[in-house]
Design a protein around this ligand. Sequence first.
Ligand SMILES: Nc1nc2c(ncn2[C@@H]2O[C@H](COP(=O)(O)OP(=O)(O)OP(=O)(O)O)[C@@H](O)[C@H]2O)c(=O)[nH]1
Length: 411
Amino acid sequence: MTRKILIIEDTPTIARVQKHIATTVGYDVDIAGSLAQAKELISKNNYFCAVVDFILPDAPQGEAVPCTIEAQIPTIVMTGNIDAKTRDIVEKYPIIDYITKENKQAYHYLEKQLQRLPRNENVKVLVVDDSASARLHICSLLKRHKYQILQASDGIEALAVLEQTPDIAVIIADNEMPNMNGDELCGEIRRLYSNDEKAIIGISGSNAVHLSARFLKSGANDYLRKPFNNEEFYCRLSQNVDMLEQIATIRLQANTDYLTKLPNRRYFFEEAEKSLKKMQKKELTPSLAMLDIDHFKAINDTYGHDAGDEVLRGLAISFAKYFTKDLAARLGGEEFAVYFNDTNKDEVLKRLDNFRHFVELNSPEFSKEKIQFTLSIGYAHGPVYQIDQLLKQADIKLYDAKQNGRNCVMS
Ligand SMILES: Nc1nc2c(ncn2[C@@H]2O[C@H](COP(=O)(O)OP(=O)(O)OP(=O)(O)O)[C@@H](O)[C@H]2O)c(=O)[nH]1
């Protein structure tokens, strides 16, 4: 979905720069050179957000700001300079941010804000405070920046909400609460989630100087003292969200196979080991298959390495679709593996043979050169709870499949 942005700016060169930034970020841009033009556009369109020049020929006192605010459009104000009087006027409005157009950095900052806003729609923030009015205030700040909001009135309720909604990214916790203090809640959350999985921002109205350190030592990522400045609140929040997103990206890269985009060996081992522990506790029998392309070296030798890569990518797409509910990965080379949560051996063997047959028939569709190939599959189903042992068993069966003439499943 393309989001529409309204740029209200009377200087054409600045409007062009802002339009370029917004288009690069992915917005559909409308430009108004005056307040009158802006009003007309607002009456006809729905805008995701607006960038508003504070001084316009027909709005010399910043009148364009209340115009977009009243139309419920999240607003970023751009000003030539920010003297105390202008700042006072701007800060009275519930805007997203204000940016002074003094240098190039201002436009980088605008770009960051325009990128951040749509991403916030997917970021869940839990607000924990026993005071309904304090919660309301923080929630209204979060709503303005389009975050998804959850609330809890004490630590115990917060832990229950976290259990029900495991993808909450940020917890904003007050300190003085009944049942459990904010720093105690921090400690409880940290027993379950690391600080690169979930960020905690502690807040308190207390003057106690040691409280920020206590929060941070209990596992909070950040701390704010009430009453806080809205700008500081937004800066700290977005810094924490940026940090979580950067770590999630690095983690994804570390767990993904570069060529096929499937989970890689490392991720496969980690996840299978976690599952094996649970299977052992429940006394269930784990199972795993190794899949290997037959005569892959000959494909490379005949069609070239790039065509071999294309075959691997094509196979990976079908493989991931076929085994969506299971843990499917590329172990390396032309070797793939799938770990099954489903422990019914006959059922799993039937699915594996169906996939083998699918590849035999459809492999030419995977590459431009229409390369036909087959798979050999080794399947291990054992009361073994070490991933390397289970893989070894499957590898022996894979060897049997190759010895048996290839293009078959052995168990
Ligand atoms: N194109 C491409 N080739 C790869 C990649 N990784 C490994 N290979 C090649 O995969 C081939 C594997 O060959 P072998 O292990 O001899 O097995 P095979 O030719 O498939 O024969 P069988 O397994 O016995 O059926 C080697 O030629 C590797 O160079 C890759 O990422 N891309």
